[in-house]
Design a protein around this ligand. Sequence first.
Ligand code: IPM
Ligand code: MN
Length: 377
Amino acid sequence: MKDAGYEVAVYPGDGTGPEVVREGAKVLAALGEGGPAPWHLTEFPGGGEYYLKTGREWEPEAEAASRSADAILVGAVGWPGATLPNGDIAGRALVLGLREGLDLYANVRPCRLYPGVRHRVSGAYREVWPPSAVDLVIIRENTEDLYAPIHGRLARGGGTELAIDTRVITRKGAERVVRYAFELARARPRGAPGDGVRRVTCVDKSNVLEGCRFFRETFDRVGAEYPELVRDYAYVDAFTQWLVRDPEQYNVVVAPNMMGDIITDLAAVLQGGMGFAAGGNIGTDHAMFEPVHGSAPKYAGKNQVNPFATFFAVEQLLRWLGSRHADARLGRQADRLETAIATTLASGDARTYDQGGPVTTSGAGDRVAAAIREERR
Ligand code: IPM
Ligand code: MN
């Protein structure tokens, strides 16, 4: 526990990033009212638009702060035309760069459909509490696989041109992310909503790929240490059908990086869309939290996008900080935030355009902040 409080480095980034981060800061301020808040936010500029202006993705002090901070919050990066000389998107330092640089090996994507949120497949608004049909967490390996920086291009422009991406799966990388998934399944209060079974599903393509075979073997070896949890397996192609058809059978899911990238966005559809999807990027000593919808340039400056993904990112950040520092204050604040989010969603009065409603980004933030104040009374 840190009496002086926790330092949170905030990178609003590009496009709609600053708009949703402003709402995240607003709900944190509401949580902190009535006492010295045990956190302190410092914002740093950076991203693609910043790169176009300055020729730098961020400043050295912003980079240093990402290492010294207790936790990191990122809005979104990416801006049309903002490309690094090597072809990468400008601003990647703030997302992929932090994942690599701080070794944030587990990408944690909770996927829960809250009452009052419109299901993007059926179009119906959920009305019951507690949520039962969709309540899973996908753990995506976050540092290797096809994201390993081992790429190449030969004979550019020629008839024999070819491009290579190298897929790397290491014992260490697979082991730590699989262990993270089993530890999480052990700690979660419930099993799968459909049958209550505490199940960890390994998603891979081990019928074809050697790296996936290795990943699955690691899953079995580590999973054997958790006899109370059921090990479950799915090839990624079949998994896409099962996830959409029967989401209630899933509890904790673990996958290598690239397949994890794809299935987490698919899963977001089940929680109301990308406007609700938050990701935690967790390492041993550092963690970064982000709404995963991206910078959405066409909505930038319109005060229109859904800020709930950022509220969930803030909730995850508080929970992670609280458990890392054994600081119960933060866990309680995370619970208060989650209750305020759930009440606001259930009321149906904070629906932004993506949910078929008229509410603005700042309007949704105001409602959650008001719900937080309401809980205190
Ligand atoms: C994500 C994103 C990133 C990824 C992009 C922005 C590089 O899609 O966080 O899932 O591919 O990991
Ligand atoms: Mn993605």
